[in-house]
Write a protein that binds this ligand. Structure first.
Ligand code: NAP
Length: 281
């Protein structure tokens, strides 16, 4: 019988996950369909119970349900529990288990592009949901340090205080981070600054950037943010958010099917939807 997979969120119409996963199911000749469902917060419990009742194979969870879903699941793995957010659920013999593949997806994308980047001195810009998943995952890699710059410095400090993995970290303002930018080998931009339609915005001044450092912006709309253009003009290696998106999906697909999929195929498919070119260089 055909298996069902899904993504739930609100809104959900913009999600590229159905196109990406349906293509993989067809490519690997797996009899399954992946559908988007727009679920209101007040209907989340009913949706999860319904998925369980119909024996869903698994599903992705996106904004605004990544945290609210946790108490509705039978089990949550250790990393997702520490992050406090689930983006992938697997039906394991009738029990729904939650995972977080956002942080690991970011890390895998980073490692595919540049080995060793996660071991150096890192600046994380932003302290929201995506930053939390990335910070906890990078902390497990034991880099020299991960400082966090955020508009609201108290949020950066709580992220540091909440992290169960030991890593040298300081919280600072965006201006302070700009002044000491020359200390960092890797800069990871996780705020929504620069995302369409406000594509002329940039979170900090890059005048002090270290030569040949690596700058990742997890935004992929636009494919090249103002920050990445600026970093590239100053000689940094740049990477956009496509890799994080594709690898979080690849890790979810692997959890559901046991197959680690062809990420180049996934990347091309996503880029085709976005109608652009891959800017990493
Ligand atoms: P979030 O939880 O709402 O966090 C937003 C972050 O942006 C916070 O650090 C916030 O600072 C900062 N921010 C927002 N507007 C700002 C402004 N005008 N000035 C300064 N700082 C501002 O959002 P999220 O879920 O982490 O998502 C953040 C971005 O990551 C979005 O662009 C999203 O599309 C992207 N993303 C990409 C992927 C991927 O797969 N590539 C996955 C997830 C998210 P405060 O704490 O001061 O409010």
């Amino acid at each position: 019988m055909k298996k069902l997979y899904a993504v739930i969120g609100n809104p959900i119409g913009h999600s590229m996950s159905p196109i990406m996963h349906n293509d993989l199911f067809s490519f690997y000749q797996i009899d399954a369909s992946y559908l988007p469902f727009q679920i209101k917060s007040e209907d989340l419990k009913d949706a999860v119970d319904g998925f369980k009742a119909i024996g869903i194979g698994g599903f992705n969870v996106t904004v605004p349900h990544k945290t609210a879903i946790i108490p509705l699941l039978d089990e949550v793995d250790e990393l997702a529990a520490s992050i406090g957010a689930v983006n992938t659920v697997v039906n394991e013999n009738g029990r729904l288990k939650g995972y977080n593949t956002d942080g690991p997806g970011f890390l895998k994308g980073l490692q595919a592009f540049m080995s060793g980047a996660a071991s150096k001195k890192i600046l994380l810009i932003g302290a929201g949901g995506a930053a939390r998943a990335i910070y906890f995952t990078l902390a497990m890699e034991k880099p020299d340090a991960i400082d966090i710059a955020n508009r609201t410095v108290a949020k950066a400090q709580s992220l540091i205080d909440d992290c169960p993995y030991s890593v040298k970290s300081e919280a600072c303002t965006l201006d302070e981070a700009g002044r000491k930018l020359g200390e960092y080998d890797l800069v990871v931009q996780t705020t929504s600054i620069g995302m369409a339609p406000k594509i002329a915005d940039q979170p900090l001044d890059l005048s002090n950037i270290k030569k040949h450092s690596h700058v990742c912006d997890i935004i992929y709309n636009p494919l090249e943010t103002k920050l990445l253009q600026d970093a590239s003009n100053r000689g940094a290696n740049v990477q956009n958010g496509i890799d994080m998106f594709v690898y979080q999906g690849a890790l979810a697909f692997e959890k559901w099917t046991g197959i680690f999929p062809d990420v180049e195929r996934m990347r091309e498919n996503v880029l085709k939807q976005l109608g652009g070119l891959h800017v990493n260089r």
